[in-house]
Design a protein around this ligand. Structure first.
Ligand SMILES: Cc1ncc(COP(=O)(O)O)c(C=O)c1O
Length: 384
């Protein structure tokens, strides 16, 4: 059988036995391979990791060592960047509703600010370095909750607001470094990128030449990175700008697997395989209708179709629908949900006083626990 994300079935069994389930495991080899693919396709481009995809400190330290900067969207993410030693040149601060604390932290760290609405000009710290996020106002081929470049999304400055925003920035003594764009996540049709890049390139008449064009992330896991890179470079060239990118999911999704054990079976109007992981460990299926490939780590000749149900008292707590699995699973058998390294652990929650899962990294030689399992006492600690 093929290894998963550079991990063999034996290694996965070993991790589940040692660290318990639910458990996130990551392959260092796959992390390196994903970054290598990006570096190759976008050669000479500044890479910023969208930390929201997976903010684990060990993963961040690996990225930093490889020269990657961080796109942060909260005071907590800025604190993580600072904690691992990222410097002013390595931090972007973004977000549609930054708090006073976030402006102050960004200023203290010397971060570059991504301006999301004209009103923010008056909120920026003095002499800020700024990218203006533009909303291209185009349909985007992804789940509605993941589309950020559509005209009705809450993100970015409208092109018609750009001239006034540019002069307000100048009058306030800030430095315009460039434009920013991020049209959404898990985008299915790569043509959406080209359309958005062209729309932004057309703004050259308003902005003049720029230092930077940041085209965000959002690439599908099977995306043609070379094709996207060529289109992005062409748009950057219109401004005479250096190209920046902000991938999140692409860098970490394939490297991560959520390991969960079968708790039993049930048939009502539908057939269910009951698991010890659910929406509290992996929210994406419930939040975005995301479909994660599944791999059963038990043997069985015949396939049976069932829904994968988590332990929460929520009907929507399903990790998959109509999933074919080998028949005959018994309690304790191991199931792997693949491509779970992005927005998996990052979105896990303590709902139902469930401690968030442990995370472990296979470095090619051995397992390293990179986040220990929370305890129940830690979940309620802030209430005592
Ligand atoms: C501004 C910005 N940049 C980059 C990303 C990364 O997107 P993805 O993980 O799909 O590459 C996001 C994610 O939503 C984002 O909001």
């Amino acid at each position: 059988m093929l290894p998963l994300s550079g991990l063999t079935d034996e290694q996965l069994h070993q991790a589940a036995d040692r660290f318990g389930t639910p458990l996130y495991v990551y392959s260092a080899a796959e992390l390196d391979a994903a970054l290598g693919r990006v570096q190759q396709a976008f050669s000479g481009t500044r890479i910023w990791y969208a930390m929201k995809a997976n903010p684990n400190l060990t993963l961040l330290r690996r990225m930093r060592a490889a020269g990657v900067g961080f796109e942060c969207v909260s005071a907590g993410e800025l604190a993580r960047a600072e904690h691992i030693g990222a410097d002013a040149e390595g931090i972007l601060i973004n977000g549609p509703a930054k708090s006073d604390a976030e402006y102050a932290a960004g200023a203290r760290l010397g971060a570059t600010f991504i301006l999301d609405r004209p009103e923010e000009v008056a909120l920026l710290p003095a002499h800020a370095r700024v990218l203006i996020r533009v909303n291209p106002g185009l349909p985007v081929s992804t789940h509605d909750h993941l589309a950020t470049g559509a005209a009705d999304s809450k993100f970015g400055v409208r092109p018609d607001e750009l001239p006034a925003t540019l002069s307000a920035l100048r009058d306030a003594g800030h430095t315009l470094q460039g434009l920013h764009l991020h049209i959404g996540s898990a985008i299915r049709d790569a043509a959406d990128f080209g359309a958005a890049f062209e729309r932004v390139a057309a703004l050259r008449a308003m902005t003049g030449p720029l230092e930077v064009l940041d085209v965000g992330g959002g690439w599908g896991l099977d995306a043609d990175l070379h094709g996207i890179a060529a289109q992005a470079q062409a748009a950057a060239a219109v401004f005479g700008a250096a190209l920046w990118v902000e991938p999140g999911r692409y860098l970490v999704a394939r490297a991560g697997v959520l390991l969960t054990r079968v708790m039993g079976h049930k048939t009502t109007g539908r057939a269910f395989t009951l698991l010890d992981a659910g929406m509290t460990e992996l929210l994406r299926p419930m939040l975005y209708g995301a479909e994660h490939p599944v791999r059963a780590l038990w043997q069985g000749e015949q396939q049976q179709v069932s829904d994968l149900a988590g332990p929460a008292c929520e009907s929507g707590d399903l990790l998959g629908r109509d999933v074919p699995l080998p028949a005959g699973a018994t309690r304790g058998d191991l199931l792997a949900l693949l491509d779970a390294g992005a927005y998996g652990a990052a979105m896990s929650s303590n709902y139902l006083t469930r401690p968030r899962p442990a995370e472990a990294l296979w470095d090619g030689q051995e397992w390293q626990v990179i986040r220990r399992r929370e305890t129940v006492q830690e979940v309620w600690a802030a209430e005592e």
